[in-house]
Design a protein around this ligand. Structure first.
Ligand code: MTE
Length: 328
């Protein structure tokens, strides 16, 4: 058996009966997280970074979050938001442990600043890019999205982020770039859950380029009007609202462009359970549970799951002609 297969699988009891009512607790106060200047390398010159920097003189990114554009109607779900305390205390972030409460308990050891991302592969402008350089290239915008975990819990969250497509374009992908993949930080000191081989670290995820360029896909740096808490993937994570939550990789340190489909963590662990596409689909059951219904964090009653998590009119055409039972 491969090392990585020793991971604890999601239990069925977690899927159907877990409620968050006992898990409520006060949110960690991380609002004033600063993003300081980082070392430059690759193709991004120091001058360019300075010109584009969004950091204020004291290096804080917080003020940039004050300049957030409201969510346009197409990107704003008209549903009650999940409470901030639920969304920040019931998490999946195996780098800090596999219990839902582990990330909020343990993620204080993550240092989200300074932060840089390696950009490489089929791309015209590879390099080590400071987060503030990336943030300077796109407007911060609120997005109020449904979020559906493969385990059948869901939430509605006001994220703050930037268009993934705009960021990717700024790196000038080559014509060979058909996929983009992402990696999370590997650092056992900052991420104590990595001392256990539950996943073949780093956590990896990927998208087809046309999916990544879709306007719904964002890189989130905040939620509920504040900087992203560590347990939710600080300082920068992916949000792809029509896909199961495991695609939305946290604490990204690498963006890689490739011609062939990249290996991804959950698909590697159990390809029959977690497809590469992972589009929310109530008609394709997980081998161990139905995906037809979901429970919103903070609620007892379940409600029906929507195809593409309710974003079908915006994204279904990406999959025209594909057998979604096979490419699940
Ligand atoms: N990213 C990393 N690096 N590690 C993880 O364990 N879990 C994924 C996704 N991104 C995960 C991750 C899963 S399974 C889900 S459902 C969402 O993060 C949960 O996001 P949340 O904790 O902000 O709700």
């Amino acid at each position: 058996m491969r090392e990585s297969m020793k991971m604890p699988r999601i239990r069925e009891s977690e899927v159907t009966d877990e409620t968050t009512f006992l898990n409520r607790r006060e949110i960690l106060q991380l609002g004033s997280t600063a993003v300081m200047g980082a070392t430059l390398a690759g193709c991004f010159s120091a001058d360019e970074a300075e010109a584009e920097s969004t950091s204020t003189s004291d290096g804080r990114m917080l003020r940039k979050l004050d300049n957030v554009k409201p969510a346009p109607p197409a990107f704003r779900i008209q549903e009650e938001h999940t409470s901030e305390s639920d969304a920040t205390s019931y998490n999946n972030f195996y780098e800090f442990g596999t219990d839902k409460k582990d990330p909020s308990r343990n993620a204080h050891s993550l240092q989200p600043e300074p932060w840089s991302i390696v950009v490489d592969g089929e791309v015209g402008k590879p390099g080590l890019v400071p987060l503030e350089t990336i943030l300077a290239r796109a407007d911060l915008e609120e997005r109020i999205y449904r979020f559906r975990c493969v385990e059948t819990w869901s939430m509605v969250v006001p994220w703050i982020g930037i268009s993934l497509g705009d960021v990717l374009k700024s790196f000038e992908p080559t014509s060979k770039a058909r996929y983009v993949s992402f990696e999370t930080l590997v650092d056992r000191k900052q991420m104590p859950g990595q001392n256990r081989h539950v996943i073949d670290w780093p956590y990896r995820e990927g998208l087809r380029m046309d999916e990544a360029m879709h306007p719904l896909a964002i890189l989130a740096v905040g939620m509920y009007g504040k900087i992203l808490p560590n347990q939710n993937g600080a300082p920068i994570r992916l949000i792809v609202p029509w896909k199961y939550g495991f695609k939305s990789i946290k604490s990204i340190v690498r963006i890689h462009f490739s011609e062939s489909q990249p290996a991804t963590s959950w698909n590697d662990l159990a390809a029959d359970e977690y497809g590469f596409y992972a589009n929310v689909n109530p008609k394709v059951a997980h081998p161990r549970w139905s995906q037809a219904r979901e429970r919103k964090l903070g609620e007892y009653r379940k409600h029906p799951t929507l195809a593409f998590n309710g974003y079908g009119d915006q994204v279904a055409s990406l999959y025209d002609g594909m057998d979604l039972q096979r490419y699940f």
